[in-house]
Write a protein that binds this ligand. Structure first.
Ligand code: GLN
Length: 242
């Protein structure tokens, strides 16, 4: 079997170590004897959803989000939204997460339309949230990462948060939520990279891709002792900085 992991806008939306997410996805497939290929898709390039098994959309500065927002208007964004609504797995972080919602309004700039996959919207806030984050998620247990964003994300009535913030600020520093999850797509503010220290999320995405492409529902377990040592150490440090 083979999985293709597409890093959307990997040439510009690639900050705060988010590359580690595509490396973790590929490696956790290869450790299971599954071929894995990493591709990227830039502004102006056509999206072929049949050639992608898992999407990753990382963080980016406001200025990088402007051309990307333009790029996802019209057919390309509609196609991506339909693909996610068909159950394609995606991890989005920060700037990518913001553009999966209805819009992101950067400070002093015009509002940037998103693709409206999440019932959520983001507005630049007066301060930058920077620091370690620990989240309690019903689906994944504790999640740990770090955040660096000025955008505040608000969830609409049909949006499911990824979890509740235990350390850090999360979506907006007000309602205690962090991230959003819908079907097999996750959005969050957890840089780090997230996946190497949160293996349950990697396996959620890999399993969803294998089921959608090959009908496989069981995923061979991996020895995650090292990943969980890293996870617990990151949680300990985050709690010490609370
Ligand atoms: N530019 C967005 C913000 O500041 C996203 C930042 C990021 O991707 N880390 O909120």
């Amino acid at each position: 079997m083979k999985l293709t992991i597409c890093w959307l806008y990997g040439d510009t939306m690639n900050i705060y170590g988010d590359r580690g997410n595509v490396l973790a996805l590929a490696q956790r497939a290869r450790w299971r004897g599954i071929d894995a290929e990493i591709t990227t898709l830039a502004v102006g390039e056509p999206l072929d959803p049949d050639s992608v098994d898992i999407f990753f959309w990382g963080g980016g500065q406001d200025r990088e989000q402007i051309p990307v927002s333009r790029d996802i208007q019209g057919e390309k964004g509609d196609l991506l939204r339909r693909t996610l609504e068909d159950g394609a797995p995606m991890l989005s972080v920060c700037g990518g997460y913001q553009l999966l919602g209805k819009h992101y309004h950067p400070y002093g700039e015009a509002q940037l339309p998103g693709i409206g996959f999440f019932d959520a919207w983001s507005e630049a806030g007066p301060e930058r949230f920077i620091g370690n984050v620990v989240v309690e998620s019903d689906r994944f247990g504790s999640l740990v990462g770090f955040e660096n964003h000025s955008g505040l994300t608000f969830l609409g009535p049909t949006a499911e948060p990824l979890g509740r913030v235990r350390v850090g600020r999360g979506n907006n520093g007000k309602d205690g939520t962090e991230g959003c999850i819908r079907l097999n797509t996750l959005g969050c503010y957890l840089h780090g990279a997230l996946l190497p220290k949160n293996p349950a999320v990697s396996d959620f995405l890999v399993r969803a891709a294998l089921e959608r492409k090959y009908g496989v529902t069981e995923l061979e377990p991996l020895d995650d002792d090292l990943e969980m040592i890293a996870h617990q150490e990151a949680v300990r440090r985050a709690e010490a900085t609370r």
